[in-house]
Design a protein around this ligand. Structure first.
Ligand SMILES: NC(=O)C1=CN([C@@H]2O[C@H](COP(=O)(O)OP(=O)(O)OC[C@H]3O[C@@H](n4cnc5c(N)ncnc54)[C@H](OP(=O)(O)O)[C@@H]3O)[C@@H](O)[C@H]2O)C=CC1
Ligand SMILES: O=C(O)[C@@H]1CCC=N1
Length: 272
């Protein structure tokens, strides 16, 4: 397959993570263009990634094979309505916005091949996790193009049901922030116990990395790996009992459900 020309509309945090990951994977900088309304942001992305970053969304899209819509959900409608007259036949629209349905995008852009995708920021390190959903207009070649782009920056999983993008958003789209919160809390706790902050942070991070690698490479599940750390009447048991007494699992479930709910709510609020 030839290298697709990609245009990113909105060059913020998530676009930068995807662009950085794609370049690191070997995509030439000349294959990627972006646009952003902020002059400072345009300069920053151009400086950091060596790609062309334009002020005009329409110009960024000209002759692109794949157009990645990477603006906030709240401005998506206006961006799409402005862009619609400038789109060319055969262009694939990939939206990474939380909560904006493919039907809304087609209302604003006209009938289009649309892939909804929910990536996450570790894509920058090519350790991303994305869920993808294609509408019925997406051809087999376009499906492959979308998969090629997202699998270049990590795990890419297709979903048969668009509704499940809300769940992906709640688990892996927002997920890095949950782990960062745990890292922050564990580091602060280590510091309170007397460790220098830097030492507490490094121990926490290496433990997070080691635990994730172990779980990925193991043929037993996370619950069994946890049991293997937890000696009867030992220190881990004391900590786990405290987590459970505080309702840890139920709290995680509530938090993930809140993100899923918010994604559906965004679709209702912003989809008209
Ligand atoms: N951040 C994340 O972890 C993830 C985000 N997403 C989705 O990605 C999308 C982008 O999020 P994120 O990168 O965090 O947001 P950012 O605000 O960092 O990026 C969006 C960029 O688009 C610019 N922009 C706004 N309006 C326009 C316009 N009319 N034309 C061109 N550029 C414009 C913004 O400029 P300005 O700052 O001036 O508004 C900003 O630089 C969202 O829809 C979000 O749901 C999906 C997965 C993960
Ligand atoms: O918080 C948000 O709405 C976006 C979507 C997933 C991660 N960040």
């Amino acid at each position: 397959m030839t290298t697709p020309r990609i245009a990113f509309i909105g060059a913020g945090n998530m676009a930068a993570s995807l662009i950085g990951g794609m370049l690191a994977q070997g995509l030439p900088a000349s294959a990627i263009r972006a646009s952003d309304r902020g002059a400072e942001q345009r300069e920053k992305i151009n400086r950091e990634h060596g790609i062309e970053v334009l002020a005009s969304n329409a110009e960024a899209c000209r002759d692109a094979d794949v157009i990645v819509l990477a603006v906030k959900p709240q401005v998506m409608k206006d961006v799409c309505l402005d862009l619609a007259p400038h789109l060319q036949a055969g262009q694939l629209i990939v939206s990474i916005a939380a909560g904006i349905t493919s039907a809304s995008l087609e209302n604003w852009l006209g009938p289009r091949a649309v892939v909804r995708c929910m990536p996450n920021t570790p894509s920058l390190l090519r350790l991303g996790a994305s869920g993808l959903y294609a509408n019925a207009r997406v051809s087999a070649e376009q499906r492959q193009q979308a998969e090629q782009l997202l699998s270049a920056v990590g795990l890419a999983v297709w979903l048969d049901e668009e509704k499940l993008i809300d769940a992906v958003t709640a688990v892996s789209g927002s997920g890095p922030a949950y782990f960062f919160l745990l890292i922050e809390a564990m580091t602060a706790s280590g510091e309170k116990l007397g460790l220098p902050r830097e030492v507490a942070a490094r121990l926490t991070l290496q433990t997070a990395l080691g635990a994730a690698q172990m779980a990925l490479n193991s043929d037993v599940d996370a619950a069994e790996l946890r049991r293997r750390v937890t000696s009867p009447a030992g220190t881990t048991e004391a900590a786990i009992k405290t987590f459970q007494a505080g309702g840890f699992e139920a709290l995680v479930e509530q938090a993930v459900k809140a993100a899923d709910h918010r994604s559906a709510e965004l679709a209702e609020q912003l989809g008209q």
